[in-house]
Design a protein around this ligand. Sequence first.
Ligand code: SD4
Length: 330
Amino acid sequence: MTTRRGFLGGMAAAGGVATVAGAAAPVRDPAMIVSTWDFGAAANAAAFAKLKAGGSLIDAVEAGGMVPEADPTNHSVGYGGYPDRDGHVTLDAVIMDDRGGVGAVAALEDTVHAISVARAVMEKTPHTFIVGEGATRFARDQGFPKVDLLTPEAEKAWRDWLKTAQYKPEANIENRRMPRGGALDHDTIGLLARDASGRMAGACTTSGMAFKMRGRVGDSPQVGSGLYVEAGVGGATSTGLGEEVTRIAGTARVVASMRAGLSPQAACEEVVRHIARLRGDAIKGVQVGFLALSPQGEVGAFCLLPGFTYAVTDMAGRTVVKKGASLFAA
Ligand code: SD4
């Protein structure tokens, strides 16, 4: 639990070199919250506000994930997400603290805030992961309102897709301009947060691959694939084509590499190179990106293809959006 005192302790360190208890070396301008893609900036702001108000790290990452979940212009998360090939919007989410506290849902329907349902799984059940009809029923039982997630815009995109029904992953779909209004078509959000004492938590929420097979679950809600957080070591989250992350338990591998002594940056690069070696031509044109954060506030990001961006918010609440370096030029 982040105390207000702990939070302000971090604030006092902003702008200089922060010393974190147990840190091997001080980190200049340590990050407090990081998240995937440009739209992570708004999520980070909500997460930061939660911490500032005395909320816990779990409160913060949940609040961050709820921002794109409620945004109808975001077609890869929550309300307004693109449906599966049968026209159902199904959501995947996971939330995790740094001591093995985990809650996840997959193939959740008719519920905007999948991340909050995941939190309820963590806090109100003896389980870590509930899927499909059971997850949707659990959401209703917990009082989450029933909401039709398929917006007219997403339905139109799905009906257009049905004309060809071409089933193939698309790299950097988040960078594509939507026909109406010019809004960006976004991607999964993964958030990692730390406090001044180096405690951490993370969240990941998505509507998954657009027009996926019914019942398909990606990396995002799976511990060790879409998200992994470990006390004293760090956290990692992933985005992109989930199948390429789940087959190697990608974020568990990033954090294992950090445990073995790699920096967050080197750990993200190691895993992306591993995917490229393992999969060869099979990952041509495919995007996968990893984002990592250490308990000291060091950030790492690396991806297969150019185009992956991430938002970094420091201990003073200043946010910058950065470009992740990539293994391939295009
Ligand atoms: C998935 N990784 O379901 C998620 C979605 C995503 O680019 O990030 N798409 O595979």
